[in-house]
Design a protein around this ligand. Structure first.
Ligand code: SF4
Length: 316
């Protein structure tokens, strides 16, 4: 499993170009690792049922999952990436569920194992988690790797509005994200936040204000922007079946990004402009295109409109 990096030239601060510059043209590839974590918003410690957009199937109790070992996942992932994409360097990406939801000594064991597998070609560690599963000790652990690897801590912001976070059963407030961001301030970690655009009760203007909120935190280096999509096995999916609501068309989402990107600080690297669930899981919106075709549609739309990241800072 893994994510090929796009090396195209863009009018926004694209992740592919960032990696190419940082690693002097080498092809860098993320290797996804499922370490069998659970999620506190499903196991009852923070809530049950999970975020309403989250697919239940992606949550399987730790002990009942038959996962290959971390070593097997990484070695096989690197082999595939090298064969299929001529990858040179690798970032180990702990992605599914909440990858800091365990005692720090256990996390250390997992991260140590992952990073020791191919010390010559592994250049980074990326850890996806919830802001309420971050504390000082975990930040210190992650920072302990930062002298030898680029360490990227990815947290779900999803919305800047607590009303939305409540409606989607996030089990976490925006203030908890602020607290985690403050803990990570002045550390060597690269912080990434993940947002979702298109909750039907949030207006265009409300969504544009995410940019100001992200810009406020100098420690945010990366963003992953997503449009809301509805997947099978989610609470939102069941609701959508009963009562469908408006979701972005690709043209509308491109228009939104064309308004949003100029408001975003130019130093922030955009790791992703949209999300794409597997088509067998996706209910809506189905744009009927492959990932590369969606990327190209959006990029052409942004270019046609003369979009430049940061060109309209703080106009909202
Ligand atoms: S989206 Fe993340 S935080 Fe929310 S229920 Fe799913 S795994 Fe947990």
């Amino acid at each position: 499993m893994g994510t090929p990096v796009d090396y195209g030239h863009k009018n926004y601060n694209a992740y592919g170009a960032h990696l190419r510059q940082k690693y002097e043209g080498k092809r860098v590839f993320k290797i996804i690792v499922d370490a069998g974590f659970t999620c506190p918003n499903r196991d009852g410690s923070k809530g049950y049922g999970g975020c309403t957009y989250c697919n239940v199937d992606s949550f399987t109790p730790e002990l009942s999952r038959k996962l290959p070992t971390i070593r097997e996942q990484i070695e096989q992932g690197m082999e595939r990436a090298t064969k299929n994409y001529a990858a040179d360097k690798f970032i180990i990406y702990f992605q599914p569920n909440t990858n800091t939801y365990a005692p720090t000594h256990y996390l250390k064991m997992l991260y140590d194992e992952a990073l020791s597998i191919n010390t010559e070609n592994i250049v980074g560690l990326s850890v996806g988690t919830r802001p309420d599963c971050i504390d000082f000790e975990k930040i210190a652990l992650l920072e302990s790797y930062a002298d030898h690897f680029d360490v990227d801590l990815e947290m779900g912001m999803e919305s800047i509005y607590n009303e939305t976070l409540l409606k989607i059963n996030r089990g976490c407030t925006h203030q908890e994200l602020e607290r985690a961001l403050n803990l990570a301030n002045s550390t060597k970690l690269d912080i990434c936040v993940h947002t979702i655009f298109g909750f039907p009760w949030e207006t265009h203007e409300m969504m544009l204000r995410y940019a100001d909120e992200i810009n406020r935190f100098a420690q945010i280096k990366f963003v992953k922007l997503h449009h809301l999509h509805i997947v099978k096995g989610s609470i939102m999916g069941a609701r959508y079946h009963k009562e469908p609501f408006n979701l972005f068309t690709l043209a509308e989402y491109t228009d939104f990004l064309a308004d949003f990107i100029p408001l975003l600080r130019p130093d922030i690297v955009i790791q992703r402009l949209f999300g794409l669930a597997d088509y067998d899981l996706l209910i809506a919106p189905n744009w009927g295109l492959k990932k590369s075709e969606i990327q190209s549609y959006i990029d052409k739309g942004l270019e046609r409109r003369g979009v430049v990241q940061g060109s309209r800072l703080s106009i909202v």
